[in-house]
Write a protein that binds this ligand. Structure first.
Ligand code: ADP
Length: 478
C-alpha cells in the first residue's frame, strides 16, 4: 500500500490529536516503524461519539436498499484492492501474505452478506386477543455502536461487526488494537469512498483503557462489541453496568481437538495443521489441546511432527513463508514460558522449537506430548505454534477432558463413526464444533462462544440481531 494512514478518521475527516501525541506502529517481522498514529485525548473521544450520534440520526433514515448498495460497494472495493490491504495487514500484523489475502476476501464476504441482510430486517404482526387491536413488532437499530478489536485479524474482526452494524442502520466507532490500527484506518477511507456518509464509520486510536471507559460511560453509545481476551471482556462487562449497555463479546478460547481411534489420521493431521498453525497459532479458535485416543496416539503424533517440521517460518511478506513472527516480544515470551513450564511439569517435547536468526518472535512449530490437565499449557490460551497432546481411553473421558475449561468457543471432533461424532458434538460445551473440519469460520454460520468465551454471534442470519432492538406497538382502533 503506497499510502499508509497516520491520522484518525472522524466525522468524515482525517484528524490528529490536538495534543500532537502519537504512538508508533511497527512491523513485527522487521521492527520497521510503519507510521505513527494519534493518541486521542478524552475530550476528542467524546467529540467522536457525539458526531457519530448526529450521523446515526440521519443514517437510520437511509432506506435499507441504499444501505445495502453501499455495503455491496464496500465489498467490491475491497475485492478490487486485495493486494493493497493484504500487504498492509502483513506489514503490521506479520501473517503470511497468502493468509492476509484470505482475510481481505473473507472481510469482503461479510460486507456482501450484510448487503443482502440489510434488506431483510423484517418485523412481525402478531394476532391480538380482540378484533380492534393490532400488535406490530419493529426491529430498529440500537444506536451508536463502539467496537474494540484485536490485532490478529485487523480487517476481518472489524468487517464482521461493521457490516452488521451498518446494515442495521447503526453508526460505528472503532478502536482497533494499538499493534494494528493501519488497515482499520485504510478501511475507513475505503468505506467513505464507497458511500458511507461522514460520521457513520469512525476509527480512533489512543489509550485503550481510556477509550474503553469513555465508550462504556457514554449514554450515547448504546452498544459495545468486543473481540479480545476474556480478561478485558470481564472488565467491559463490569463497566457496562452503569449505562446498561448492550454487549457482544467474542473472548478467548481453549479449543480441544479430539481424535477418536476410528478417525482418518491423514485427514485429522491436515485439519490440525490448518487449525493449529494458521496465523502462527494466533487465532481464538486455534487448537489449544489435542486429545488423542490411546490406540492412535503414536501414529497421529508421528504424522503431526512430520508435517509440522515442513512449515516454513519467516517474514510474512516472503512468498515461501507459512508461519510469520508472533505479534510482539511479550507474545513470544509467553509461548516460550508455556513450553518451559510444560517441560518442568513432566511433558515430553519430541519436536522442539528451533532458534531463528531473525529473532525470538519467529517461533517454529513444536509438539509436546504427555500433557496433563494440571499443566499451564493445558489451561492457558497458547496463542502460538505449539501442539500440546494428551491422550484418552474412553469417549466419556474425552468429553469430560474437552469440557474441563471455563472457555467454550470452538471444538473439533475427528471420527469416521457418524453417531459417535454427533453424540460427542452434542455434549461438547462450545459455541462451534467442527466435525472432521477445522475451517469452521464462514459468513453464513453464526460465529461465537458460550461460557467465558462470551455471548452474541457474528455472521449468519443471526448476526444482525446484535445490532437491532425490538419495539412492539400495541394499537387499539377505537
Ligand atoms: P489481546 O490479548 O488479543 O491483545 P486484549 O483483550 O488485550 O487481547 O485486546 C483486545 C482489544 O482490547 C485491543 O483493541 C486492546 O487495545 C483493547 N483493550 C485492552 N485493554 C482494554 C481495556 N481495559 N478497556 C478497553 N479495551 C481494552
Amino acid at each position: 500500500m503506497k499510502h499508509v494512514p497516520s491520522k484518525n478518521w472522524i466525522n468524515g475527516e482525517w484528524r490528529g490529536a490536538s495534543s500532537g501525541e502519537t504512538f508508533p506502529v511497527t512491523n513485527p517481522a522487521s521492527d520497521e516503524v510503519l507510521a505513527r498514529v494519534p493518541a486521542l485525548s478524552p475530550h476528542e473521544v467524546d467529540e467522536a461519539i457525539t458526531s457519530a450520534q448526529v450521523a446515526f440520526l440521519s443514517w437510520r433514515e437511509v432506506p435499507a436498499r441504499k444501505r445495502s448498495d453501499i455495503l455491496l460497494a464496500i465489498s467490491q472495493a475491497l475485492l478490487a484492492r486485495v493486494e493493497d490491504f493484504a500487504e498492509l495487514i502483513t506489514a503490521e500484523q506479520g501473517k503470511p501474505l497468502s493468509e492476509a489475502r484470505g482475510e481481505v476476501v473473507y472481510s469482503a464476504n461479510y460486507f456482501r452478506w450484510y448487503s443482502e441482510e440489510a434488506v431483510r430486517v423484517n418485523g412481525d404482526i402478531i394476532p391480538a386477543d380482540t378484533p380492534n387491536k393490532r400488535i406490530f413488532v419493529l426491529k430498529q437499530p440500537v444506536g451508536v455502536v463502539a467496537a474494540i478489536t484485536p490485532w490478529n485479524f485487523p480487517v476481518a474482526m472489524l468487517a464482521r461487526k461493521l457490516g452488521a452494524a451498518l446494515a442495521a442502520g447503526c453508526a460505528f466507532i472503532a478502536k482497533p488494537a494499538p499493534e494494528t490500527p493501519l488497515s482499520a484506518l485504510a478501511l475507513a477511507e475505503l468505506c467513505a469512498h464507497a458511500g458511507v456518509p461522514a460520521g457513520v464509520f469512525n476509527v480512533i486510536t489512543g489509550d485503550a483503557e481510556m477509550i474503553g471507559s469513555h465508550f462504556m460511560s457514554s449514554p450515547l453509545v448504546r452498544k459495545v462489541t468486543f473481540t479480545g481476551s476474556t480478561e478485558v471482556g470481564k472488565i467491559l462487562i463490569r463497566q457496562s453496568a452503569d449505562t446498561v449497555k448492550k454487549l457482544t463479546l467474542e473472548l478467548g478460547g481453549n479449543a480441544p481437538f479430539v481424535v477418536f481411534g476410528d478417525a482418518d489420521i491423514e485427514h485429522a493431521v491436515e485439519g490440525a495443521i490448518f487449525g493449529k498453525y494458521r496465523n502462527a497459532g494466533q487465532t481464538c479458535i486455534c487448537v489449544n489441546r489435542f486429545l488423542v485416543h490411546d490406540s492412535i496416539a503414536h501414529a497421529f503424533t508421528e504424522r503431526l511432527i512430520a508435517r509440522s517440521k515442513e512449515l516454513v517460518v519467516g517474514d510474512g511478506s516472503e512468498a515461501s513463508t507459512q508461519i510469520g513472527p508472533l505479534i510482539t516480544d511479550e507474545a513470544a515470551a509467553k509461548v516460550t514460558r508455556l513450553i518451559d513450564s510444560a517441560r518442568r511439569e513432566g511433558a515430553s517435547i519430541p519436536l522442539e522449537p528451533t532458534p531463528n536468526t531473525r529473532g525470538k518472535r519467529f517461533i517454529s512449530p513444536s509438539v509436546i506430548t504427555h500433557v496433563t490437565p494440571s499443566m499451564s499449557i493445558w489451561k492457558e490460551e497458547i496463542f502460538g505454534p505449539v501442539s500440546a497432546i494428551a491422550t484418552f481411553a474412553t469417549d466419556d473421558e474425552a468429553i469430560s477432558l474437552a469440557n474441563s475449561t471455563p472457555h467454550g468457543l470452538a471444538a473439533y471432533v475427528y471420527s469416521n463413526n457418524l453417531s459417535r461424532a454427533l453424540k460427542v458434538s452434542e455434549q461438547l460445551e462450545y459455541g462451534m464444533v467442527g466435525v472432521n473440519d477445522t475451517a469452521i469460520s464462514s459468513v453464513q454460520a453464526p460465529f461465537g462462544g458460550i461460557k467465558e468465551s462470551g455471548f452474541g454471534r457474528e455472521g449468519s442470519k443471526y448476526g444482525i440481531d446484535d445490532y437491532l432492538v425490538l419495539k412492539y406497538l400495541s394499537v387499539t382502533m377505537p
